[in-house]
Design a protein around this ligand. Structure first.
Ligand SMILES: Nc1ncnc2c1ncn2[C@@H]1O[C@H](COP(=O)(O)OP(=O)(O)OP(=O)(O)O)[C@@H](O)[C@H]1O
Length: 254
């Protein structure tokens, strides 16, 4: 089943001098429920804009984005906010954690806003996520008292607290060293195996090696894709997949 489909998606920015810059051009994208897809491509090719556009955070200039069978543009702002809160989990470059809340409260806030679970269930879920990502002992710390990597783990917990259907990430391991990045990717792999769809933009072929399909963006278009098949921790060797990606990117001139 398709969870997300973009058809003829275009996004144009107009700068202060009135110049138009076409950032996404006739994008066709299909993401199947349960898939793990990575988007790669040069800086400025439109990866982040695509993620913002398909989640309805950025208005598209033309075309269509369908999430769970319904056109994003047909939803009201409130409906869209509800979809983003309960069905999508975001791990973005600007993590937008709130400065006046501690780590735990940042993580549980969106679960309270969703009003679907009891306080007890939310706290248990948050504890489990923090424990899984290794930040449980930091739960009561202010967000100014932890490292960038720990903050990123908190952002990941926050993205997962409402058990979204789909996790959308923009360089989700960007602030982490390679060991921590590997641990986060293991968690994302686990939730993917539990059925959560994952779509990530990344420059890191180690991160992309976890995905079953990789899309290449260039100048606002998806110009190539690589099918790696699902990564199976037992049989799969991440290093081989990473080498396959590096060779593919090299062929593409990246
Ligand atoms: N709000 C904006 N107004 C005008 N132009 C923008 C805006 N946001 C992004 N752009 C432009 O759109 C293009 C695509 O940017 P985008 O951030 O999507 O690229 P990216 O592939 O995610 O890059 P990176 O890998 O560096 O994060 C760039 O040329 C950028 O300058």
């Amino acid at each position: 089943m398709l969870i997300l489909e973009a058809k003829k998606l275009n996004k144009t920015y107009v700068n202060s001098q009135g110049f138009r810059q076409s950032v996404l051009q006739d994008i066709h994208l299909q993401i199947w429920s349960g898939e793990f897809v990575a988007i790669m491509g040069p800086s400025g090719s439109g990866k982040s804009t695509l993620l913002y556009s398909i989640s309805g955070m950025d208005k598209i200039s033309s075309g269509s984005v369908i999430f769970e069978g319904q056109e994003i543009a047909d939803r009201s702002e409130e409906e869209l906010a509800e979809v983003r809160l309960t069905k999508m989990g975001f791990i973005f470059q600007q993590m937008h954690l709130l400065k006046n809340l501690n780590i735990r409260d940042n993580i549980i806030l969106s679960a309270y806003r969703a009003k679907k679970l009891s306080r007890n269930t939310i706290n248990k879920r948050a504890d489990k996520l923090m424990s899984r990502t290794g930040i449980l002992s930091l739960a009561d710390r202010d967000i100014t008292q932890v490292s960038g990597g720990q903050l990123q783990r908190a952002a990941i917990c926050r993205a997962l607290i409402n058990e979204p259907l789909m996790v959308i990430g923009d360089e989700p391991t960007g602030a982490l060293n390679s060991k921590s990045a590997g641990e986060i990717m293991e968690i994302l792999n686990e939730i993917n195996q539990e059925g959560t769809t994952i779509l990530l933009a990344t420059h890191d072929s180690k991160v992309a090696a976890n995905a079953e399909r990789i899309l290449y963006m260039l100048d606002g278009k998806i110009t190539a894709q690589l099918h790696l098949g699902q990564y199976n921790k037992v049989n799969g060797i991440l290093k081989n997949r990473e080498e396959q990606i590096i060779a593919w990117l090299y062929q593409l001139g990246f």
